[in-house]
Design a protein around this ligand. Structure first.
Ligand code: ADP
Ligand code: MG
Ligand code: ZN
Length: 603
């Protein structure tokens, strides 16, 4: 911005100079203000004038007079009417004058101002063009439609997989892409189809951008990176033309990687935008899809994209032949965090008392970026104290600073909280495993999620079923209550951590009674009027479609279902008390356990 201003001032100066030169050349303006025509006539009358030269201008009747007085002084006088001057002098019988011819037009001189102006404009244009060519970001004016992708090929700057700590599974999944880029022929010979697009999904700061760069680095291919928001401009059509341009560049450099960071900015579900803005985005998205469909399967271009909002992406982007590979990049577990700390501690001298493993243990929920930030802040504290080494104290201080900053995203949690969470999740997991119609458990984790949950137990992605049975719903409620039951059995006290579970269980039980007719006491009547609740105020005004009696019965039935499920959960978890403890201990140690590790606990 500053640079632009300076440039602007320069142009203003240039224009001023041009105008000034013009002014100089056009002598008419240099009139002598003190000497005027009236004085001149008086002096003629009084015989003070010796001689007058009349220089008419081309633009008759104006001209100038070179006047010489009898006392040898001179005057120059510009007059508006040469004719009148001549008449006046003749009237006064003054004859000592000579009248020059109208000067021949010197075309070069008269063209000079014009030439100067054009010259200045030309110089200006050249300068601006130069700036556009050099200035990268400043070049908006000249190349709107050009893709703003940055290409990295410099081998020294390239990131490789060993710079990406943790993320073992993710790296394994991407290894195949690296292999393909290294030697596409190996795959094409066998007729193998390599994914065109890979979508990296995960919370901010978990290393998605880093991972994409590392894939390019490992394969030693060019890496074109652009951010989704670069496509979205004020002007319609610019985004689409940038996409076209980007892929043209990529084709010239294949095999290569095109990386679109924050793709949600362009690939938002179509038809949901407001106003004119979304037309532009749709065009851009369409162009992106066209380009992805346009190049052959094995042309050697792999499009990678990153987002932390898969939920808002347009489903079209995930169709086969587009981003058909999804890689989840999660928050690191203890081991991952230790690896990340090791990577970032490499160029930071640490004092003896720093124990990275211990730091890894106390930073549950931190992302790679948070950890990097933590060590960086610690280094700054050490530098401020003029120390050569980073001490444990520096890290502790940095922890407070980063921890508070990151509080929303990744709360620093105490050991006690962690223990409670471990038992809570173990409770859910055991029931998922034991009950026949729910589960199996895919993974259990006590890594805090950004959304505020202290942990989660994830069943295998559910099968597409048209109906849910009553038995299945009861089991779901039982699983929901398992967390609270485990807390109760192990600790004297219970926590607020189960509120979401309780809400979910209650809603399901209520739906069973009022919507699905699954309670004999209430019968096959729909008392559920949530669906047509258009105005928020209605619920507050207590409009119910049924009377006090029915309401009481519904409440009783909901309570009965919950109580029964709760009893069942308690019995089952108590029976598997040993598994509960082993599961919780394993979770405390590893923070995240897989299906195999979990199921091994039962044998
Ligand atoms: P994202 O794109 O997922 O938001 P980035 O890849 O931009 O995250 O990560 C930001 C920074 O955090 C990286 O530059 C790196 O310093 C650090 N970082 C994140 N994850 C890791 C990791 N797994 N290993 C090493 N450093 C990491
Ligand atoms: Mg990123
Ligand atoms: Zn729970």
């Amino acid at each position: 911005m500053k640079k632009n201003y300076r440039g602007f001032g320069f142009y203003v100066l240039l224009i001023l100079i041009v105008v000034f030169v013009w002014y100089l050349l056009d002598g008419n303006h240099l009139s002598n203000s003190t000497y005027n025509y009236t004085q001149f006539t008086e002096e003629i009358d009084q015989g003070e004038i010796a001689f007058v030269e009349i220089h008419p201008n081309r633009e008759v009747p104006t001209g100038s007079l070179e006047i010489t007085r009898t006392d040898n002084t001179d005057e120059t006088l510009y007059v508006s009417n040469v004719q009148e001057v001549r008449q006046m002098m003749q009237d006064a019988d003054f004859t000592a004058y000579v009248e020059y011819d109208v000067p021949a037009e010197n075309w070069l001189i008269s063209l000079l101002p014009l030439l100067l102006v054009f010259g200045a404009m030309f110089i200006l244009f050249v300068i601006m063009n130069n700036q556009a060519a050099n200035g990268g970001g400043n070049s908006k004016m000249m190349n709107f439609g050009k893709s703003r992708a940055k290409m990295t090929t410099d081998e020294n700057k390239q990131v490789t997989f060993d710079k990406v700590a943790g993320l073992r599974e993710e790296k394994e999944e991407l290894q195949e892409i690296v292999d393909f880029l290294k030697d596409p022929r190996k795959y094409t010979k066998l007729g193998a189809r390599i994914p065109k697009g890979v979508l990296l999904v995960g919370p901010p700061g978990t290393g998605k951008t880093l991972l994409a760069k590392a894939v390019a680095g490992e394969a030693a291919v060019p890496f074109f990176s652009i951010s989704g928001s670069d496509f979205v401009e004020m002007f319609v059509g610019v985004g689409a033309s940038r996409v076209r341009d980007l892929f043209e560049d990529a084709k010239k450099n294949a095999p290569c990687i095109v990386f679109i960071d924050e793709i949600d900015a362009v690939a938002r579900r179509r038809g949901t935008g407001m106003g004119g803005g979304h037309d532009e985005r749709e065009q851009t998205l369409n162009q992106l899809l066209v380009e992805m469909d346009g190049f052959g399967v094995n042309e050697g271009i792999i499009v990678m994209a990153a987002t932390n909002r898969v939920d808002i992406l347009d489903p079209a982007i995930m169709r086969p032949g587009r981003f058909d590979r999804k890689v989840h990049v999660g928050r690191p577990d203890v081991a991952g965090r230790e690896e990340i700390l090791n990577v970032h501690a490499q160029n930071k001298p640490l004092a003896e008392d720093v124990d990275l493993q211990q730091i890894a243990r106390t930073t549950a929920g931190f992302t790679g970026a948070d950890l990097e930030n933590l060590l960086n802040e610690a280094a700054i504290y050490a530098a401020k104290d003029n120390r050569e080494y980073i001490k444990h104290d520096d890290i502790k201080r940095a922890f407070v600073k980063v921890g508070i900053g990151a509080e929303k995203k990744s709360r620093v949690i105490s050991d006690k909280e962690k223990r409670i969470t471990a038992f809570h999740e173990a409770g859910h997991a055991i029931l998922f495993h034991l009950l026949p119609d729910v589960g199996p458990v895919y993974s259990v984790s006590i890594i805090p999620t950004g959304a505020g949950a202290a942990g989660y137990t994830m069943p295998l992605p559910e099968k597409d079923e048209m109906f849910r049975t009553k038995g299945q719903m009861l089991q779901e409620i039982t699983v929901d209550l398992g967390g609270r039951v485990a807390e109760e059995l192990i600790f004297d006290d219970i926590t607020t951590g189960a509120s979401q579970d309780i809400k979910q269980a209650t809603e399901l039980a209520k739906a069973m009674v009022t919507k699905y007719g699954m309670s004999e006491n209430v019968g096959l009547i729909n008392y559920n009027n949530d669906d047509d609740e258009v105005f928020i105020g209605r619920d507050l005004a207590h409009t119910r479609g049924y009377g006090e009696n029915v309401a009481t019965r519904i409440d009783q039935e909901v309570k009965r279902i919950i109580d029964e499920c709760y009893g069942k959960a308690k019995t089952m978890i108590t029976e598997h008390d040993d598994v509960l403890h082993r599961c919780a201990e394993l979770l405390l140690e590893k923070e995240k356990i897989s299906r195999e590790e979990f199921e091994a606990l039962f044998s």
